[in-house]
Design a binder for this molecule. Structure first.
Ligand SMILES: [Zn+2]
Length: 365
């Protein structure tokens, strides 16, 4: 009888203690001795948007969304993120757009109207299916309505860097975190002159994707945009495929939504990824019609997923039965055992780099 009287009080007391511990640990996150970088590969459907979170700031690579529902989800994700990271004052240090296609720019204007964006970087094209957002942003800045530093990256600027170390400066790498400072470098930009490709390859804006490398301690991330084979060959020729080279990265954003023409054995020999991320829609998107859809494109391709698996040793646990495309409009089940993740399979995926050789993957489903 006495116990039942005491217990509710004890439970309340324990609850208060637990809340205090949570508050303390929550407060300690910002000043933890073991800082972390998190790449949030946000589920935006057949599109790409990755939020990069650091102790002293955040950046966004691409602002694409499949449709209005995914735009709402993206804005909601960022709202929740900034509600947690109140120290960042709803500010993105930069938005980098890999290239001007709609699935990479669709929500750019909404993001700029909703959050503070300090810098904007792209490949400088004013054409392309996704030109509206970038052109609107440039217009706003030109008219003096918004203060955003705007940069475009020609490949000649990357090639001008000595020792092929990639292009960086205070706009490309605006962060100066006191605990552990990330390094941001652009490895390829827009080609103003045809480097010897067939005309169709040169006119394909995927091949002008801005390629970004992030180093964080000994962890490294490589963002491929939608780069296709012609430009990949050039990239690998330029930087080489030696271990520890500029293309050697732990985490790979797989190019062009896992398409068959955007991941090569030579690239994977150079990257040696531990974790691979495919930004892609759910395979059913477009099953009932539509051209620019996951189903119609056949993303991700089985050949690409298998090629990745052959080049990777780290496993995903548990393994997962997923849908991969044998060709356009034809999918099959496959069990993925290597550390290959896709937003269409896993929802939003967070990749956290904490200390040397410590990379953890959290998936939404
Ligand atoms: Zn794309």
């Amino acid at each position: 009888m006495k116990m039942s009287v005491i217990r509710p009080g004890l439970v309340r007391l324990l609850g208060l203690v637990a809340a205090a511990v949570l508050l303390l640990s929550g407060g300690a996150v910002l000043t933890q001795p073991n800082p972390a970088m998190t790449a949030h590969f946000i589920d935006v459907g057949q599109a790409h948007a990755t939020l990069l979170e650091f102790s002293c700031g955040a950046m966004l690579i691409d602002a694409g969304t499949q449709d209005d529902a995914h735009e709402t989800a993206l804005l909601g994700y960022l709202d929740a993120f900034f509600a947690r990271r109140t120290d960042l004052n709803r500010t993105l240090k930069s938005i980098l757009i890999t290239h001007n296609h709609l699935d990479h720019t669709r929500s750019l204007q909404r993001l700029v109207e909703t959050f503070t964006v300090e810098r904007y970087i792209d490949n400088g094209f004013t054409t392309g299916s996704g030109r509206f957002g970038p052109n609107w942003l440039r217009g706003e800045v030109k008219a003096g309505r918004r203060k955003i530093v705007v940069r475009d990256i020609p490949d000649t600027a990357v090639e001008a860097v000595a020792d092929k170390r990639g292009l960086t400066d205070s706009d490309i790498d605006p962060l100066g975190c006191p605990d552990r400072d990330p390094g941001v470098r652009i490895l390829e930009g827009r080609f103003d002159e045809n480097p010897g490709w067939p005309e169709g390859e040169f006119e394909n804006q995927n091949n002008h994707s801005v390629i970004t490398r992030i180093d964080y301690g000994t962890a490294s991330f490589l963002f491929m945009g939608d780069l296709e084979e012609a430009a990949i060959e050039l990239l690998v020729d330029y930087y080489g495929d030696q271990p520890g080279g500029m293309l050697d990265a732990d985490v790979l954003q797989v190019g062009h939504h896992g398409s068959q023409n955007a991941t090569t054995a030579e690239l994977l020999d150079a990257v040696t990824p531990r974790v691979a991320l495919i930004p892609v829609g759910e395979w059913t998107f477009g099953q009932s019609g539509g051209t620019f859809t996951t189903f119609a494109f056949g993303h991700p391709r089985q050949t690409t997923v298998n090629l990745l698996a052959q080049h990777m040793t780290r496993r995903r646990t548990p393994s997962k039965s997923v849908r991969v495309a044998e060709k356009a409009r034809q999918f099959r089940n496959q069990t993925v055992t290597k550390a290959i993740y896709a937003t269409g399979w896993d929802g939003t995926v967070r990749v956290v780099a904490r200390a040397s050789n410590d990379i953890t993957v959290y998936r939404e489903r």
